[in-house]
Design a protein around this ligand. Structure first.
Ligand SMILES: Nc1ncnc2c1ncn2[C@@H]1O[C@H](COP(=O)(O)OP(=O)(O)OP(=O)(O)O)[C@@H](O)[C@H]1O
Ligand SMILES: [Mg+2]
Length: 475
């Protein structure tokens, strides 16, 4: 019962009540409050964060189940969700710290999903999905996993960390599969999921194709997230060799490798032998219309209407980044719900922008100060402000053109000195291979710049907001 108490505690339920009523674990599972993962490891082994995510994801179901289970009413999570049926809390409508799951919660990405399905199903290829941090790779891979499951494929997932290597990655994937898929028995002590399909010794690429014969499924998708965290080159080489063997023998086991990277080579290394077997997908920024749609969707879920001004503000600050749109959307929604309102007004925007500026990390403030106080013969406040709205393509790249002694970045003219300073400070990426493009390297810095600009716009639009701004800053 430790796990169920913990679950109830984390969810904010009345612990006293749970202690008094000893609810059998089986009943909690049946009611959807806790679950047993496929491997049979009970919920209590989950980390607090997983547990919290799990509970937040299923809040409505938990409340319904709780009502069925006992005589206590479920706790209220904000006026709006409790008062209006079908309306969710702000943190369920906007999830900056959680990848999305489920097609209805995502905006855009139709082209990328279609391309991934085509690459794997029709072209027998493997996929590498990459981009800068926070663009929605994990959210998109959740959707890809759902699509494959609907088509009858088995999906194994593994998230890498700095200590991962080929062995731990492959074992992690196999452990993620239900043991019922295993066609061989018995398992050795300590093995989980379908790990028994792998030899117990150090793994070699040639071991992986044999796995399919030890499973009862005809098609497996191996989804490997955070692949960029793997440090050693040997793992990259072994993965490349595995992909080559699987492709050469047309074995229905496919990899989808996901990671933070600016280029394909950076993430999988230089392996010309597998270039034909891989479809590389660079995840683009969302369009302004998609960001606006994200707000409409989230607002609808939270029972809130976003004004045109609110959408414009979020589009202006986020510049195509779903993470920032989710974060600002959440703060605006929280501000509006604190007033128990059903539509967003300017004061909510002021409050949200203020809150995010107050929450800026010390690293961001330090670099902002260092840049704006540096003596480069140019007003760096203005430079940062103009650069934050410089023209970028769908990948977030800005063109570089040398002009006289200056450098024109995304249409913004900088002195050579300012340009060098921005590169040295890590605000902009060094020019790419052929020297024609750069991109924002320090997103939080540019979010900060945009938030400051947004605050000024709000003050100009409504002098009344200025009082609120000053008050909040003093507080
Ligand atoms: N298409 C989308 N529609 C709505 N929200 C999205 C979309 N894509 C991403 N998000 C939101 O943006 C944030 C970042 O998404 P996600 O974690 O999937 O990005 P990521 O690229 O995997 O990040 P990281 O590089 O840190 O692993 C999350 O809050 C997620 O809810
Ligand atoms: Mg991710």
């Amino acid at each position: 019962m430790a796990g169920s108490f913990q679950a109830l505690q984390v969810a904010g339920f009345c612990v006293k009540k749970s202690r008094r009523h000893t609810i059998p674990t089986a009943q909690l599972v049946k009611s959807g409050i806790i679950r047993f993962p496929r491997s049979g490891v009970p919920m209590r082994l989950y980390s607090h964060m997983n547990l919290l995510d799990f509970i937040l994801d299923r809040w409505e179901a938990i409340c319904r189940a709780w009502e069925r289970l006992g005589d206590l009413k479920p706790p209220k999570r904000g006026a709006s969700s409790a008062a209006r049926p079908g309306v969710v809390s702000a943190s369920d409508a906007f999830t900056p710290t959680r990848p999305r799951s489920g097609a209805r919660t995502l905006v855009g990405r139709e082209a990328e999903i279609a391309r991934i399905l085509e690459a794997i199903m029709d072209e027998n290829a493997h996929v590498v999905l990459y981009s800068e941090r926070g663009r929605g790779k994990t959210s998109l891979s959740n959707l890809v996993a759902d699509s494959f499951r609907k088509r009858g494929a088995i999906v194994a997932r593994h998230t890498c960390d700095a200590n991962s290597d080929f062995d731990s990655m492959m074992r992690g994937l196999m452990r993620n599969l239900a043991p019922s898929l295993l066609s061989i028995r018995p398992m050795e002590a300590g093995q989980e999921g379908c790990e028994a399909a792998l030899p117990t010794r150090h793994l070699r690429p040639a071991d992986i194709p044999l796995v399919i014969e030890r499973l009862t499924c005809p098609f497996v998708l191996f989804l490997v997230d955070e692949f960029d965290r793997i440090q050693d080159t040997e793992t990259r080489t072994k993965l490349a060799d595995t992909i080559k063997i699987l492709s050469d023998h047309a074995i229905r086991m496919h990899f989808m490798i996901v990671g933070v990277s600016a280029t394909l080579e950076q993430i999988i290394g230089q392996h010309p032998s597998i270039q034909r077997n891989i479809v590389a997908i660079h995840l683009p920024l969302l369009t302004d219309d998609e960001i606006a749609l994200m707000l409409e969707k989230g607002g609808r879920q939270a029972g809130l209407q976003f004004s045109e001004e609110a959408k414009e503000l979020v589009v202006f600050v986020a510049r195509g980044m779903p993470y920032m749109a989710q974060l600002l959307g959440l703060r605006v929604t929280q501000a509006a719900l604190r007033r128990a309102a059903t539509s967003v007004i300017r004061e909510d925007l002021v409050s949200a922008v203020n809150r995010l500026l107050d929450e800026a990390g010390s690293g961001v403030l330090m670099i902002y100060r260092a840049l704006t106080e540096s003596e480069v013969g140019e007003d760096m406040h203005a430079v940062l402000r103009r650069l934050a709205t410089a023209r970028q393509d769908e990948r977030g790249r800005m063109s570089i053109v040398k002009s006289g002694g200056d450098v024109v970045v995304g249409g913004i003219r900088l002195t050579q000195e300012a340009w060098s300073l921005l590169i040295a400070a890590g605000a902009l990426a060094p020019p790419d291979g052929d020297g024609t493009t750069t991109q924002i390297l320090d997103r939080p810095l540019f979010y900060h710049v945009q938030l400051l600009a947004a605050r000024e716009r709000l003050i100009e639009a409504s002098p009344r907001s200025a009082d609120t701004l000053v008050q909040t800053s003093i507080a």
